[in-house]
Design a protein around this ligand. Structure first.
Ligand SMILES: Nc1nc2c(c(=O)[nH]1)N[C@H]1C(S)=C(S)[C@@H](COP(=O)(O)O)O[C@H]1N2
Ligand SMILES: [Mo]
Length: 166
C-alpha cells in the first residue's frame, strides 16, 4: 500500500470513530426543549439522580412488567413547561413531541401528561423488572399504561419538545 493510500485509510477510520462517538453521545444526552422556560440537557448521571417512580404495565406480549423511570411531566416541570393551574386557555393547545434515535416520533397533548387532567402516569423508563433497558430499547423508553397499542411506547428517546398548536 502506498503511503498516501494508508494515510487516507487512517483518516477514514478516524472519521468513523469520531462519528460513532458523536452519535452515541447524542443518544445518551436527553434534551427537553421548545415552549419551556429552562431547556434541559440531561446526562445519564443527571437522569439517574432524579426521583424515580415505579409502575406496572402490560407489554406487547401482554405480560405485566415493572418499569421504573421519571414521569414525563416531572421532566417537563423541571424544564418550566406550563402545567397545573397554568395549563388553561392557549396553553391547552400545547403538545409534546417525543423523538427517538431512529427518527421515530410520537405526540402527547401536554394535558394528557398533567396529573391534574390524567389519572395515568406516562413514564420515561430507564429500567424494566430491575434491569436497565436493552440495547436498541434504552437508555430511555416511554411507557404508556392502559394504552391498547404500544405504538407510543417510543424506544431510544433522545428529545422531548414542547410545541404550540396555535
Ligand atoms: N424508536 C422507536 N420506538 C418505537 C417504534 C419505532 O419504530 N421506533 N415502533 C413503535 C411501535 S409501532 C410498536 S408496536 C412498539 C413495539 O414495541 P416492542 O419493540 O417492545 O415490541 O414500539 C414502538 N416504539
Ligand atoms: Mo406497532
Amino acid at each position: 500500500m502506498t503511503g498516501l493510500l494508508l494515510r487516507n485509510r487512517l483518516l477514514l477510520i478516524a472519521v468513523a470513530l469520531l462519528l460513532t462517538t458523536v452519535s452515541s453521545a447524542q443518544t445518551l444526552t436527553l434534551i427537553v426543549l421548545g415552549e419551556v422556560t429552562k431547556p434541559l440537557a440531561l446526562q445519564p448521571v443527571d437522569f439517574k439522580a432524579m426521583l424515580h417512580t415505579e409502575i406496572t404495565a402490560a407489554d406487547r406480549d401482554g405480560k405485566e412488567h415493572r418499569y421504573a423511570g421519571v414521569p414525563l411531566i416531572t421532566l417537563l416541570n423541571q424544564a418550566g413547561a406550563s402545567m397545573g393551574a397554568a395549563l388553561k386557555g392557549k396553553n391547552l393547545t400545547k403538545y409534546v413531541v417525543v423523538k427517538a434515535a431512529d427518527g421515530y416520533e410520537v405526540v402527547f397533548a401536554l394535558a394528557e401528561l398533567d396529573p391534574d387532567f390524567s389519572t395515568r402516569t406516562i413514564l420515561l423508563a430507564d429500567s424494566v423488572d430491575g434491569a436497565p433497558l436493552a440495547d436498541g430499547v434504552g437508555p430511555y423508553r416511554v411507557v404508556v399504561p392502559g394504552e391498547k397499542k404500544p405504538a407510543r411506547w417510543i424506544r431510544q428517546v433522545t428529545a422531548i419538545e414542547v410545541k404550540l398548536a396555535k
